[in-house]
Design a binder for this molecule. Structure first.
Ligand code: UDP
Length: 238
């Protein structure tokens, strides 16, 4: 490669909705494959990659409980949804020659490895992409918190939060033409101004562990790799 990537080990967090393309639900294989290629382009630089994928394209606990389901049961269903997304991403990555492991916070030995920290670190050292599934394994949490937790445990240097826009704005850039993007913003500003980067517990955990969050657009081809090369637009939360 012609440049040294800015980070050598990162966490990539994407929502489940990022995998559904223009459908309103579920998995859109060409979209999963497109994101897998973005991941490969960074993996090809020698960067060690952790991933957490949400489950909102299939099931969200809050949505289930709003319909009368018991909250913890609904949350477990949400966690299971993330396992399906993780398997889809694993399949797409392995289809283009990237070795992966799906590591689940809920044991299901037939489909995924159990989470054992030292083993996951070893996979990263061997350049396997580690896809952490089933969130934290606990109801009442989100996959943003799971991503922050695993990023801390794996000693990632940053969390890359892929979204539909290229950073954090003072108001919704899709609704307001004069919305302003922040270059940098502090954890405290995100919390105080409810900037909607990640949920408050995830932000607090990132702050506690000095883990910067890079908010960038997943829709921008080459965007993920570009940031590791020191280019592109994004917001750094730190
Ligand atoms: N979830 C949970 N504990 C976790 C992570 C996720 O209970 O540690 C459940 C929760 O019900 C959540 C669902 O899994 O609604 C899907 O995750 P999330 O909403 O974070 O997905 P995203 O919005 O990123 O697609």
């Amino acid at each position: 490669t012609s440049f040294a990537p800015l980070y050598s080990r990162v966490m990539l967090k994407i929502s489940g909705e990022a995998l559904m393309g223009d459908q309103g639900f579920g998995l859109h294989p060409p979209t999963v494959e497109r994101i897998a290629r973005e991941v490969k382009s960074v993996h090809d630089l020698g960067v060690e990659i952790c991933m957490v994928i949400g489950g909102g394209n299939i099931f969200r606990g809050l949505q289930g409980s709003a319909q009368g389901m018991e909250r913890t049961t609904a949350d477990y269903m949400g966690m299971l949804a993330t396992v399906m997304n993780a398997l889809a991403m694993q399949s797409a990555l392995e289809g283009i020659g990237v070795f992966t492991r799906v590591i689940s916070a809920i044991t299901m030995n037939e489909v995924a490895e159990p989470y054992i920290r030292r083993r996951a670190v070893r996979h990263l050292e061997k350049k396997r992409v580690c896809i952490f599934a089933a969130g934290t394994g606990n109801p009442y949490f989100t996959t943003d918190t799971a991503a922050t937790l695993r990023a801390s445990e794996m000693n990632c240097q940053a969390i890359f939060k892929g979204t539909k826009v290229d950073g954090v704005y003072d108001k919704d850039p899709k609704k307001h033409a004069d919305a302003k993007r922040y270059e940098t913003v502090t954890y405290d500003e995100v919390l105080a101004q409810h900037l909607g980067v990640m949920d408050a517990s995830a932000i607090a955990l990132a702050r506690e562990n000095d883990l910067p969050i890079i908010v960038f657009s997943l829709d921008e081809p080459g965007g993920f790799k570009g940031i590791l090369a020191g280019q592109g637009t994004y917001t750094r939360v730190s």
